[in-house]
Every structure is written in C-alpha cells, then in structure tokens.
Design a protein around this ligand. Structure first.
Ligand code: UDX
Length: 466
C-alpha cells in the first residue's frame, strides 16, 4: 500500500475520554499517519492524552465544563451524556477556527479531509454536518456487540429489555447464541440512560460516512455481514490496530505501567502464569475481591494480578487482603497497580488471561493466542465473553458469582492436564488469522486501503461552506 497517499491531507480525530476508547483511537491515528495523513487530536480536558508521546500529532484541547465531581469514570454513561452536551459549542468553535484557518491560508497547509470520532460522541455528527465536514466513526468495541446494540429497539419491543432476573436463561431467538443474561447492561443514575445513549449512537453511526472497526473479517464475518445490511454505509474492519505498530512503540496509558512484573514473568515457567486484569473501569466488592484472592492462591498456579486503585469499592488498594496473604504465596503471586498489558500477554510465561472481556483486552488476548477465563462486568463485555466461550471457543466463562472453589477449578481445568487442549488449539488458530489479515492482500489490509481511498474521495466530493 502506498505509504504517502494521505500526504497534504489532515484528519481531525476525537476520542471518548476513557482508557478503552483513547487507546484504539490513538492507534488508528498512528495507522493513518503512517499512510501520510497529518493528524490533529481534538480532546477534552478530562483524561487528556499525553501529547509528548506523539510529537508528530497536533493536539487541540477543548473545554468540557466538567466539575471535579463530574470528571469521574464511576458512572461512564452519565459522563458520556455530559460530554455530548457540554462539548458541542466548544467543538463548533474549534472547528470554526481550524477550518477557517485552512481557508485563509496558503498552499503549505494540509487540507482537512474529515473528522473521525468515537461512536459514543454522537453529538459530533450534527456539529460536522453544520460545517459540511464528512464524519467517520470509530467503534472501539466489536461488531458482534454492535449488532446487539443496533437491535435494542426490537429487543425492548419483544420484552427482552430491560433484562429481568426471571428470564436470564432464556435464549434470545433473534440473536443466537445469546441468552438474556448475555445482553448488555450498564447501571447509571438514570435507569433509561444506557438504552437512550445506545440508540442515539447507533442512529448517528447510520448518519455518518462510514464506520471503522477494531476487528477483522475472519473473526466477526457474520456480524459484519449483518451490519452491512443494517447500516447501509461503508464499514471498515481494519483491526487489530495494535498489531500494525511495534510493541510498546507508544503508550496511551493514563496510568503508569509497572514494568517490574516483566522480570517476575521472566522467572516463571513457560505458559504457567494466569494474568488477571479487569481493565480500567470495572469495580468489584470487597467480598468478590477476597474470593478472587483465595481462588488464585488455592489454584497453585503462579499469577500476575492487576489491582488498579479503585478496583475494590471502598478500598484504596490492598488493605482488605488478609494479613500475610502475599507473604504466604512465597513469590507465586505478583501484584501491580497497572501492567504493560500487551507485553505481558506476549510473554511466554503467560498461559491464561482472566479478563472482564473489554474489547481491547479480548482482542489483545486473541492476537497473542492466550486462552481466556471470562468474568464480564457490564456493557459489551457480556456479549464478548459469550463469543469467546461459545463461538470462537477460545476461553471459558465463570458461570456463577465469583466464588473461590469455582475459580480454583476453572483455572486448573484450563491450565493443568488436557482439558484445555482444544481451547489452546482454537486460540492458536485464531491468532494465526489475526496475523494473516494484516498481511498484503489480507482482509484488514484491503479494507484499510479502501478506507484511505474513501477518505480522499470524501474530501474531494465535499465543498465546504462555512
Ligand atoms: C472499556 C469497556 O469496559 C469495554 O467494555 C469496552 O469494550 C471498551 O471500553 P476497559 O474496561 O478499560 O474498556 O477494557 P478494555 O477494552 O479491555 O481496555 C483496557 C485497555 O487497558 C487495554 O488496551 C489494556 O491493554 C490496557 N491495560 C489494562 C493496560 O495497559 N494495563 C493494565 O494493567 C490493564
């Protein structure tokens, strides 16, 4: 693919300010930069990315008018709603400046080709329309979960939503193999807020010029086929994004990874370690925390456990662990606040990933051929976990609420003896597909080629009037 095709053209990209959304958007920006485009990242003050990591990008902060209390990820739906309201005017002003600058200026300046926003920032469609600026969407989650989101109105009409405890085991006939318990759920102060946000962002995806997915055709072909019908706009599954970039080449981590765990991993046996992390937002109770701790300890497998400050509700960090717990492990456990996850998953000592199935973690695990133990918490994670366990068959789900006996049995089943062989085999097969799709002529390679062409033709077909 011609690396300089985007030269002379600038892309404006805006992330949703959450770790699991910032990372893939910045990776996409790097991929498009490597095809010649100039990059401007428009971002909120809250969770602003570290601009010094990307000296080749221009960063353009806009005010989000969030109070200290509002600037929190404890209710991500409420936070996203606030950003969708409060950033509208600042974005209008910012685009007005950026686009008028361009119009006044000489030929040395890049032309602005389009705006690429996270799907959750649905307000950006109307703002872009006001400037006749084409908008592409980046959906940071998977295509299979998006099919579920796009079905929310029908799921409500048929009575599957809101999810009722008494119906959890019922199949959702419209979306096999999902059961009611696999449908996305997310608590917020307004019980309707999640449903409304999902419907809104799906509608504004349909109104966009195309949707980019951090996924690949071979992984989600049936969901992507369905989305081609439902959305009737171009879709570009060009992932896995992180595999385009040299490992550790840039980090968009909001927390500092503790690299000491890599030297601990170096001392462990091949494929012996369970890596445990529930991403950047999930929170658990103290009782669940203790079940995890004892389940890990009793499994007798070495483990690397990310305990993010804030993971345990009501605790700062490790205070609820029984005294002597860590010492009694005699080096069999390593606990960090934040890990260099990509490096961890590609380490030969790691044999399983116990994950909450955020989409980035799921994809990163697939790309390294690491079998998963799934404990989905909210939103798309339940759908991702169902695909991991029942469709791709690259992991197992913990079926019940977190309980030490089940945890111990599940870890041993996957890591010790032959029971995990089939899962390991499937995982390596999928890893191979993830590698092939990026190679010359592979599916993601070809979709990226179309994306670059389409961005350039979008620009030339739009005459902007301010
Ligand atoms: C959120 C939602 O929870 C998820 O459902 C949605 O799909 C994306 O947004 P998050 O919970 O943070 O994301 O999970 P995930 O998508 O897995 O992203 C976490 C990112 O942080 C991954 O890229 C992972 O590599 C990174 N990470 C995590 C670290 O670098 N170190 C860690 O210790 C833990």
């Amino acid at each position: 693919m011609e690396k300089q095709r985007g030269k002379g053209h600038r892309l404006l990209l805006m992330p949703s300010p959450l770790q699991g959304h910032i990372t893939p958007l910045l990776q996409l920006a790097q991929i498009l930069y490597s095809h010649g485009f100039s990059i401007t990242i428009i971002h909120t003050f809250f969770n602003s990315p570290n601009s010094s990591t990307y000296p080749h990008f221009t960063f353009h902060p806009i005010p989000d008018f969030l109070s200290d209390a509002e600037a929190s990820t404890s209710d991500p739906i409420h936070l996203t709603d606030l950003i969708n309201i409060r950033c509208k005017q600042p974005l209008q002003e910012s685009l007005s400046t950026l686009l008028s600058h361009r119009d006044d200026d000489d030929d040395d300046e890049d032309s602005i080709a389009c705006f690429i926003s996270d799907a959750a920032l649905h307000f950006t469609q109307a703002v872009c329309d006001g400037f006749n600026l084409p908008r592409l969407v980046l959906r940071t989650g998977g295509a299979s979960s998006f099919v579920v989101f796009a079905s929310f109105p029908i799921l409500r009409e048929k009575g599957y939503l809101p999810v009722q405890e008494s119906r959890l085991e019922e199949p959702v006939d419209e979306l096999p193999p999902l059961k009611v318990k696999d449908l996305p759920k997310m608590e917020s102060r307004d019980p309707e807020a999640f449903y409304k946000l999902v419907c809104r962002f799906v509608d504004e995806c349909k109104a966009s010029s195309g949707v980019i997915w951090n996924s690949f055709e071979e992984l989600e072909s049936s969901a992507l086929a369905k989305l081609r019908e439902v959305l009737s706009i171009p879709i570009y599954p060009i992932g896995p994004f992180h595999k385009y970039l040299p490992e550790g080449s840039t980090s968009s981590s909001l927390l500092t990874p503790d690299k000491s765990c890599i030297s601990w991993l170096d001392r462990q046996e091949h494929h012996s370690v369970v890596y445990v992390s529930f991403g950047s937002m999930a929170a658990i109770s103290e009782a669940e925390f203790l079940e995890i701790a004892w389940g890990l300890a009793n499994s007798n497998q070495p483990f690397l456990w990310v305990i993010r400050p804030g993971l345990v509700r009501g605790s700062e960090w490790l205070e609820s662990l029984p005294s002597g717990f860590v010492e009694n492990l005699e080096g069999r456990g390593c606990i960090v606040k934040w890990a260099p996850q990509e490096e961890v998953l590609s380490h030969s000592a790691v044999g399983a990933f116990w994950t909450h199935n955020g989409w980035n973690s799921t994809l990163e695990s697939i790309c390294e051929g690491i079998p998963m133990i799934c404990s989905p918490c909210f939103a798309d994670q339940k759908v991702n976990a169902k695909y991991v366990s029942d469709v791709w068959r690259v992991g197992v789900q913990l079926q019940n609420k977190l309980e030490r006996g089940e945890i111990e049995r599940t870890i041993r089943k996957l890591m010790v003896g032959n029971e995990g062989d089939e899962i390991r085999h499937n995982t390596l097969h999928l890893k191979e597909k993830a590698n092939l799709c990026l190679k010359l002529g592979g599916s993601s390679y070809c979709f990226l080629d179309s994306l670059v062409s389409d961005i350039l033709s979008l620009e030339s077909s739009t005459s902007r009037s301010l």
